[in-house]
Design a protein around this ligand. Structure first.
Ligand code: TYD
Ligand code: MG
Length: 467
């Protein structure tokens, strides 16, 4: 037999290298490459003689489905993110930074399902039983029939959950603590995590139990991140949030059984996570309507409209190279908007520092925010507050043209619902809501938008002089 050869595997993305390197070519992360023995991995690798295969029974597509294919938790925000509840026999990965609230969320979900009569097993590899109990008490979940185990060995976990009646839901917290006798690498390495996750997925497919796997996102790369198992599971949800803020977003990034652009919004309180049915109110909560540099963006998250305030501060710089700082948005996108403002609108920002912030610690990923950002920038530079009852959306192209975006009607409807009576939106937007009384001002280019904001300044000054 050939000598066992070790491989060098990136703990962040799983790329295999022939030798050690400081930086992974696959994902660009530093110090994430670890030497591992691939023979110890799934199926023993190519070194072992394959056993003779066993024929499985082939079945038809049109079979009986005995149970409801989904089990909704009754937590509306969680069910929305999973596409209507956990799918039986599927594996769901919930990733997120340590301390963001993954265990809290899953304990609440476990309790909710247990109250509905489902058999739920919570396997904690990070906390002792007493600690998990303490959290359950705090969440008001202690009286439920959730079954608890503190275990990290894959074979022991499989033996435990195979015993007795089949569970409806199994929670493994977390995949990084799993270790199997069949893999030789240290716990937390790519090989161990993959082996453990594979075994759990196999259990889910065979029995029809739903497997929920918790994965910590790691910055240092000492342990394998959730990235390395994303392709193996049926759905991937990320739990995001800012430590400085209380709200958390559960974002779907992959779902074999539902939409992928949905989010669930929660707020962390002293009694666990509270569902936030109307996120816009949360993000507009502390608005100062008279301050220049703030614009309300009518955004979309999946099928759900969200209004959020963007704040800009443009101030004369004292440095040779002006500062550009962005929180909650893409900095290269900001550079593009600044360039378009300079090139096509005559707005000179070369001598100004620009700071941009999205309120509430929220992150915008839509290009439709361009118009709101540009409005906030111009408003701050001009020292002029934008109308308090107006929302902004639209994509800006490099030529300075404003392009229509999707879901116009939904954005405007949400704005109206929250008391906004005006909107600045791209010209040629289709599907304006019928019968609405709002003032929808269409602009077709960024210079047009800047002229409007500057024009309102002249108008304001004239009004002042008149009055
Ligand atoms: P946890 O669920 O342990 O995070 P994770 O499993 O993602 O590592 O949540 C830990 C944080 O949540 C911790 O900082 C305390 C906070 N927390 C509350 O604010 N309220 C609560 O009721 C609970 C249970 C936790
Ligand atoms: Mg935890």
């Amino acid at each position: 037999m050939a000598k066992a050869k070790t491989q060098f595997i990136c703990q962040n993305c799983g790329t295999v290298h022939s030798r050690w390197a400081g930086k992974c070519d696959g994902c660009g992360e530093w110090n994430t490459i670890v030497e591992e023995d691939p023979m110890g991995g799934i199926g023993g690798g190519p070194g072992k003689t394959p056993k003779k295969g066993r024929a499985v029974t082939l079945t038809a597509l049109s079979g009986e489905i005995e149970e409801a294919p989904r089990i909704p938790t009754g937590m509306a925000e969680l069910d929305r993110a999973t596409g209507g509840g956990f799918v039986r026999g599927s594996a769901v990965l919930i990733g997120g930074d340590p301390g963001i609230g993954k265990s809290t969320l899953l304990m609440q979900a476990a309790a909710a399902l247990s109250r509905k009569g489902h058999r739920v097993i919570y396997v904690s590899g990070e906390e002792a039983v007493a600690q998990v109990r303490l959290r359950a008490q705090r969440l008001g979940a202690a009286e439920t029939d959730v079954l608890l185990a503190a275990e990290t060995n894959v074979e022991d976990i499989l033996a435990t959950i195979s015993e007795g009646k089949r569970p409806d839901l199994v929670i493994i917290d977390s995949i990084q603590t799993l270790w199997s006798d069949t893999a030789d690498s240290a716990p937390g390495t790519v090989t161990q995590v993959r082996t453990g996750v594979q075994a759990m997925i196999r259990f889910a497919k065979q029995t029809g139990a739903t497997m929920v796997l918790v994965g910590h996102v790691t910055k240092e790369g000492q342990i394998a991140g959730p990235r390395v198992v994303e392709h193996m599971v049926d759905a991937v949800l990320y739990f995001e949030g800012d430590r400085g803020h209380h709200y958390r977003i559960l974002r779907t990034v992959k779902n074999r059984f539902g939409p992928t652009d949905e989010i669930g919004v929660f707020e962390m309180s002293d009694k666990g996570l509270r569902e936030v049915a109307n996120p816009s109110e949360l993000f507009l909560g502390e608005r100062n309507e008279k301050a220049p540099g703030a614009a309300v963006f009518a955004g979309m998250e999946g099928t759900r409209p969200i209004l959020v305030e963007v704040q800009a501060l443009v101030a004369a710089t004292s440095l040779g190279t002006p500062r550009r700082a962005v929180v909650g948005w893409d900095s290269s996108r900001l550079a593009m908007i600044l360039a378009v403002l300079e090139a096509h609108c005559g707005v000179r920002l070369g001598q100004h520092d620009v700071y941009l912030n999205v309120a509430g610690g929220y992150r915008i990923s839509e290009p439709a925010a361009d118009m709101a950002i540009a409005s906030a920038l111009v408003s701050s530079l001009a020292g002029l507050a934008l109308p308090a009852d107006c929302v902004y959306f639209g994509e800006v192209s490099l030529s300075g043209a404003v392009r229509p975006v999707s879901h116009t009607a939904q954005r405007l409807k949400e704005a109206e619902k929250l008391g906004f009576s005006a909107a600045v939106l791209p010209a040629a937007s289709a599907e304006l809501p019928k019968g609405s009384t709002g003032k929808w001002r269409e602009v077709d280019s960024l210079p047009d938008l800047v002229a409007r904001i500057a024009g309102s300044r002249l108008k304001a000054r004239n009004d002042q002089e008149d009055g």
